[in-house]
Write a protein that binds this ligand. Sequence first.
Ligand SMILES: Cc1cc2nc3c(=O)[nH]c(=O)nc-3n(C[C@H](O)[C@H](O)[C@H](O)COP(=O)(O)OP(=O)(O)OC[C@H]3O[C@@H](n4cnc5c(N)ncnc54)[C@H](O)[C@@H]3O)c2cc1C
Length: 477
Amino acid sequence: MERRAVIIGAGLGGLLCGEMLSRNGFKVFVAEKQARPGGCLQTFRRAGMTFDCGFHYVGGMRPGEALGKIFDAFSLRDLPFVRMDPGCSDEVTIGNDTFSIPSDGPDAFVDVLSGFFPAQRDNLERYASLLKQVGDNIFGALSSQAMNPLFATGAKAWLEETISDPLLRKVLSANALKMELSPSLPLYTFAQINSSFMMSSWRLTGGGDSIVSALCDSIRACGGEIILGDAASRIVSDGAKVTSVELASGESIPCDVAVADTHPAVAMALAENTEGVRKIYRRRISSLESTFGMFTVNVALKKGALPYINHNLFIHSAEADMWNPASGKVDSVMVHFYPEGDHLDIMTPMDFAEVSGWADTSTGRRPEEYAEFKRGKAEECICLAGKRIPGLRDAFDRVWTSTPLTWRDYTGSVNGSAYGVRKDFSSPEQTLIPSRTPLPGLFLTGQSLNLHGILGVGMTALLTCREILGPDPVRIA
Ligand SMILES: Cc1cc2nc3c(=O)[nH]c(=O)nc-3n(C[C@H](O)[C@H](O)[C@H](O)COP(=O)(O)OP(=O)(O)OC[C@H]3O[C@@H](n4cnc5c(N)ncnc54)[C@H](O)[C@@H]3O)c2cc1C
């Protein structure tokens, strides 16, 4: 008899799992609460331009590199990816000093940074060698049951031991807004993400939506259904296994397998009255802390007013504390140019506490004081970014902003967290969440489990589907 799977949430993790399950004979139903699929990979249109929510660049996509292998397995490589400048894909400014971070393999990485810090060449070699080792073993780490010991090692302490020059330590932390550099960050997370970007960096013309569309098409082609604008409201079991998922519309979808791609706290709320999901497990998962959120300024540029820059700019004040970037003051921003050349984003980490006063309001109905707060925050971001990009403000045509409240309302991420559950090297067993739950048939996936980002969520989806389908849910060449 045909097996049925309900995927809760059409984020990247949910869609990858839906694709693998439908390819392997499951009748798949993906239930998404928003009117559009994609979660953090949604795009939105403003003034005729396409802006991304949570896709700016990815690393490691040349043939043979980790994300390249995953994208090959899901036929995503032919999308219009644009390679960023190999000699400098991330430009880091700290105060008045500017440095280039290349993405063309470990040798180029060591050569370019040794040009700025000649006395640190040996240390840079040790740094790049660990990153390469992590990148080379990424699929091996996936097949091993044993937790990688680097999850139990602190990234900050390792960096302090490895790199003796404090300014170089800052530079190597300065392009890391793509993760939360909290003192609890495991070395594995730091090394895995930086490793992929050390190999090669890529933007995507048209935005992350094309990944979403390709995966939805693929699920539908296998007979799957994508249900939009209908949130899962309850996971149902017979006490021994999951039996169905109920939707807000009242529809109930019988299933053998349910995979929640939501923040784990949301999944636990859906299982609140589900027999077989014990209170103690639900409490543990729901009480995990989440990472900071993000404040984003989306900018439409006047035609021809600024040349396209094919690298990211990470701009920090001289006082910026890289390991506490969401302190309330805007000391760090990332500027991302879209490949179309006529729009850009400026982002800064932001703690939910800054907007918690408006927590009871919803999108489109927030008071003027919230709009005023956003204008002030945007101004701080633009001032800092303008220190490195002459003529930035004059090039603006229109500006829009979003805060962690926006994220909370669109993706259900707890407190608008950008990267889900915060990992802690001092208690990895608590903060790394297995995809298998105590209830047979109920699985978790998505950025909160192991690793975030496009690559991390891809790896986690493979792990989740291994639990359901066995060792090779897709062929990774
Ligand atoms: C500002 C920002 C910038 C980023 N930039 C990059 C980048 O440049 N490169 C990179 O690799 N990564 C980046 N990321 C990270 C990356 O986008 C995420 O790690 C990844 O997309 C998360 O996918 P997911 O499937 O785990 O979760 P999500 O995308 O959050 O998907 C969860 C889905 O579940 C849905 N949902 C929630 N509750 C329910 C319910 N009850 N019923 C049905 N559906 C529900 C949500 O609506 C959502 O669609 C960025 C993230 C942010 C926030």
